[in-house]
Design a protein around this ligand. Sequence first.
Ligand SMILES: [Zn+2]
Length: 184
Amino acid sequence: MRNKLVLQTIPSEILRQKALPVEKVTSEIVDIAHDMIEMMREHKGIGLAANQAGLLHRIFIADLSGELINNVLSSTEDISGRTELIIINPEIIWKNEEETFTYDEGCLSVPKQNADVVRPKSVIMRYTNHLNETHEIKAECLLSQCFQHEIDHLNGVLFIDHLSKLKASLLLKKLEKERKFRDE
Ligand SMILES: [Zn+2]
């Protein structure tokens, strides 16, 4: 019986830690990835990094259902019919420095808070999949934003770190207020 994963929210320490490379894609790693998919669906996210599930593996899940599949520009992995991607040991190998994309980002680990974050519009990411194959995917807009947001998580970085100090502190204050309200 595997331990059920628990969603980590700030100020959980693990969100600020750097996840470690997966040395080998074992069946245990694949099981964890599937548990993460379940967690992402349960909380209605479009991405989930291992830190958010309390684990320090360089793994994240990206939603491919709905419109997000349209943000895939090219892919060496056959993803037809897939509703999510299992991404292990990701690495951005190219990013569009000329064009940016702004999105009102949110995060399951920073409940109910959103803010505009500007990132490169498109990226190429190299990764290992659940079959231990190396692949590359080029994505734009929201899916590219998702990849960058999740890789940030694996490096202990949150979307609020991309905001001005003032904006970030306002957002954290709001979150603290809501937490107190909930606990009362
Ligand atoms: Zn997040």
